[in-house]
Design a protein around this ligand. Sequence first.
Ligand code: NDP
Length: 288
Amino acid sequence: MIDAQRTAGGALVLDGNALRDRMVTEVRREVGELSSVPCLATVLIGQDGPSQVYVRNKHRQAQLAGMMSRNETLPHDVSQVDAEDLVRRLASDPAVSGIIVQQPVPIHLDGEKLLALIPVDKDVDGLTTASMGRLMRGVDSLVPCTPLGVLRLLQYYGAQTVGKRAVVVGRSHLVGLPLAVLLARKGIDATVTLAHSRTDDLVAVCRAADILVSATGQARSIGTEHVKPGAWVIDVGISRGESGIVGDVDFAAVQAVAGAITPMPGGTGPMTVACLIQNTLTAWHLQH
Ligand code: NDP
């Protein structure tokens, strides 16, 4: 068990770093029992600073999980044909278990076309149309890592979800939309509202939530007025300001009202990487 910490205001801290470490350790144990070593391959195009940090971190966690990892880099001005060639090679390489094309790709490239070349059983980001389709149909699939990480945090720390109201703010394919589907699934059984920039009276919508997830990238836009006392508040948003990384949630204020809350950083970010590592193990099983 992870030692439960509380904020000064009494909210349970949903510690993503600690849960990531547990998950990676468990994956390492399972990897030790496999007939071959899973391999995570990343494709990084160009020199985007945050992407370089994310990719380094993914490789570090893959190695800690006892996996192999391959970092394929391409220059910023690579042609579509050459980028597609690389993804095709990784797709047909039996030694590669999982493939990520790190987003965003440079503007002259067709990122959707690159994504479409990833076989569904190697789609460890869970972002291809085929994986999304499986998610909608409730078929076993590789689920997008950030939504899966949110779900794992809620489950590990014992959030009540059955019959509860969950509000997800943000409807992107990367985070909000798949998370809404996951939370509404049988077995999780939340009653989900998917809010966005055109939602009327967002404060009232959020205030009805037992579980409130914000994934908008609007720094500190979720304050105490959005939070029902005792609600579980999950911050996915990342904004980079002069004072460093800031979430969507005004942590200092909201922690005094919430029943449980993720720190930012140290909440959903590490869980995204943990779920990527878990997905790579799942991908290995799908291929064997
Ligand atoms: P997108 O820009 O694709 O989507 C943002 C969503 O937020 C949209 O649906 C948008 O609504 C909604 N939105 C924007 N402003 C408001 C507002 N004022 N009120 C209500 N809704 C609003 O972003 P992503 O989903 O890709 O990422 C969201 C955030 O999560 C970003 O900060 C990103 O950096 C972070 N992130 C964090 C990860 C982690 O591991 N913690 C992983 C991935 C992303 P509309 O559709 O109407 O435009």
